[in-house]
Design a protein around this ligand. Structure first.
Ligand SMILES: [Zn+2]
Length: 339
């Protein structure tokens, strides 16, 4: 059975080909972080190796269980910042790791019917690595399936994209997620709706937040810090800019998630200005948002939302994180002081 939720449109599309063993040799799984790309990749790896197959994975044979446990010898996962880059703090998937994986999959599968290569962050392949992978996608060996995962499709080399069948994962609907969380995780309706808003329909995020209370605590602390920065003078703001820049050096995803949190906060401010409070993502901070919105005008909010979006995009194109954050802090509206 599939354990990928909220993506029925893709499962319906994939099933007929899988049942007939006519799946594509390469898929590009596109969708926001924690929407379920890795779950779908694991399910696909199971589907092409399941002893009850071909078709929908049974989930209980030795192939299916060894894959989900991460023990299967023919399933290889490439993650940026690991392998050859683990000690260099370089956030990339490099040529050495890609060569090693390609060398192994050019041999016959060892344990199952099909070797599967999962690239978790296809936009992070270095140019060398992407070209090596491209060569293999152009002449794929039999019994190999490539699954390239990305939250940023446009940053994946166009020639690689053109060799893959694209699968776009979409966030879950509110009703679907609330029902799942209430029945399977025994949370109240209210908690489930809160998690839906914070996760923006990405089930993986909601489940992580339930399993690890630190995630919601961290969100509170991050929002607190953001409000402090608004109240503070330039010196404190620059200190904060440096903190975020060093976070970017040690944990790029966490730094981007932090800025995304800012972005959602500022969009909430705009929603209040537009009288659309029912759509607030940070509804648990409605009072604070209202107070802040009253001290800003709409043009200031829109301008800072643009600044934030630009900063996120600059960080993706490898500008100095420190410079990008300092510029952002200079643009943070001063008038917002009385939060
Ligand atoms: Zn199975």
């Amino acid at each position: 059975m599939w354990t990928t939720y909220g993506q029925d449109h893709l499962l319906r599309q994939l099933e007929p080909g899988l049942r007939q063993g006519r799946q594509s040799h390469a898929y590009l799984l596109v969708g926001p972080p924690q929407v379920g790309k890795m779950s779908l990749a694991i399910n696909l790896a199971q589907a092409v190796n399941c002893l009850e197959g071909p078709g929908v994975p049974c989930g209980s044979c030795t192939q299916c269980t060894r894959i989900v446990q991460g023990h299967h010898a023919d399933i290889r996962v490439l993650i940026p910042g690991e392998g050859e880059n683990a000690r260099s703090a370089r956030f990339a998937i490099g040529i050495v790791d890609v060569h090693e994986v390609l060398r192994r999959v050019s041999l016959n599968p060892f344990e199952g019917a099909t070797s599967v290569v999962i690239v978790d962050g296809a936009e992070s392949l270095t140019e060398d690595a992407a070209n090596a992978l491209l060569k293999m996608l152009e002449e794929p060996p039999p019994q190999v399936m490539f699954l390239l995962l990305t939250a940023n499709e446009s940053a994946v080399l166009a020639t690689i994209r053109s060799r893959c069948q694209s699968l776009t994962l979409t966030p879950m609907s509110k009703d679907n997620m609330v029902e799942r969380l209430v029945t399977e995780r025994q949370v109240t309706n209210e908690e489930a709706e809160h998690l839906f808003r914070l996760s923006r329909g990405c089930l993986g995020w909601a489940i992580n937040a339930l399993d690890d209370s630190q995630i919601l605590e961290q969100r509170q602390a991050d929002l607190e810090k953001m409000r402090e920065a608004l109240d503070a003078g330039l010196e404190t703001r620059f200190t904060y800019a440096n903190e975020v820049a060093s976070l970017f050096g040690s944990d790029r995803d966490a730094a981007k998630a932090l800025l995304a949190l800012w972005l959602r906060w500022w969009r909430d401010l705009l929603l209040i200005k537009e009288g659309a409070e029912e759509f607030l993502q940070n509804a648990d901070h409605a009072d604070s948002l209202r107070r802040q919105a009253s001290s800003l005008n709409t043009a200031q909010i829109v301008r800072f939302i643009n600044d934030l979006t630009q900063t996120l995009s600059n960080l993706d194109s490898n500008v100095s994180p420190r410079l990008a954050m300092e510029v952002l802090m200079l643009n943070l509206p001063i008038e917002a002081g009385q939060v």
